[in-house]
Design a protein around this ligand. Structure first.
Ligand code: PEP
Length: 253
């Protein structure tokens, strides 16, 4: 049984004060939710303060990025031990904005995922095709290439600690959510690739959907057999909205 995982990716939003106000308003709204993992990824400057505000709650902290080296001359970067110090349980790697705006290749994503695992931080590895790639019927080829490249350094015994986020680039921040059928088709392909690569661990790995998830579309997406959670951008910036997403099970009743 895979435990659902609902994660907020705030991207480059919220000052420390705004982030702490969110955490204080949000935690009580989800205090009784025990059947799902709840994760918030604030920008780096707010990690310590949000971590402190969430102490004693079951909401987990995540970073939005990491550098694979432990330390060194890497101006502007943040290392896995620094994330451990901050209490991060997860870190997002390979987000499409990192791949497309900052030119990060899957081989670099693989190094980040491996470095996180070596330090006990679970990676959320993002994959997803652009609209152009979908229209050229290259979706599965792109996903396979990103999975193979980004998970190249994950050992079978580590695989269950890795979360995959399927985020079609055309659905991110556009308001154009993939239909549950389109998302499930990609998730099923990803599941089958994970099973082939990691055996039984491929069944245990959670696959999140990301791309314009909102309180009013999350429950139909979560009803699909291979959708185990959501990675949420825009709709996670408001405490009531993200709480509505976390409480998705109440919507289908
Ligand atoms: C994201 O950036 O991970 C994302 C899914 O954004 P949005 O929910 O705004 O589409």
């Amino acid at each position: 049984m895979r435990k659902p995982i609902l994660a907020a990716n705030w991207k480059m939003h919220k000052t420390i004060g705004e982030a702490v106000a969110f955490a204080k308003a949000f935690a009580p709204l989800v205090a009784d939710v025990t059947g799902a993992e709840i994760v918030i990824a604030p920008p780096f400057p707010a990690l310590a303060a949000v971590g402190a505000a969430l102490r004693g709650t079951h909401v987990l902290l995540a970073a939005q990025n990491v550098h694979p080296e432990k330390q060194g001359a890497f101006t502007g970067e943040v290392s896995p031990p620094m994330l451990v110090d901050l209490g991060c349980a997860y870190a997002i790697v390979g987000h499409s904005e990192r791949r497309h705006i900052f030119g990060e290749a899957s081989a670099f994503v693989a190094r980040k995922a491996a470095a996180l695992l070596a330090h006990g931080v679970r990676p959320i590895v993002c994959v997803g095709e652009t609209l152009e790639e979908r229209e050229a019927k290259r979706t599965f080829a792109v996903l396979e290439e990103q999975l193979r490249g980004s998970l190249a350094e994950v050992a079978i015994e580590q695989a269950a600690d890795v979360v995959i986020a399927y985020e079609p680039v055309w659905a991110i921040g556009t308001g154009r959510t993939a239909t549950p059928a389109i998302a499930q088709e990609a998730h099923a392909m990803i599941r089958s690739w994970l099973q082939t690569s990691f055996g039984a661990a491929g069944d245990a790995m959670r696959i999140q959907y990301g791309g314009s998830v909102k309180p009013d579309n999350v429950s139909v997406l979560m009803a699909e057999p291979d959708i185990d959670g959501a990675l949420v951008g825009g709709a996670s910036l408001d405490a009531a909205s993200f709480a509505g997403i976390v409480r998705y099970q109440e919507k289908s009743k």
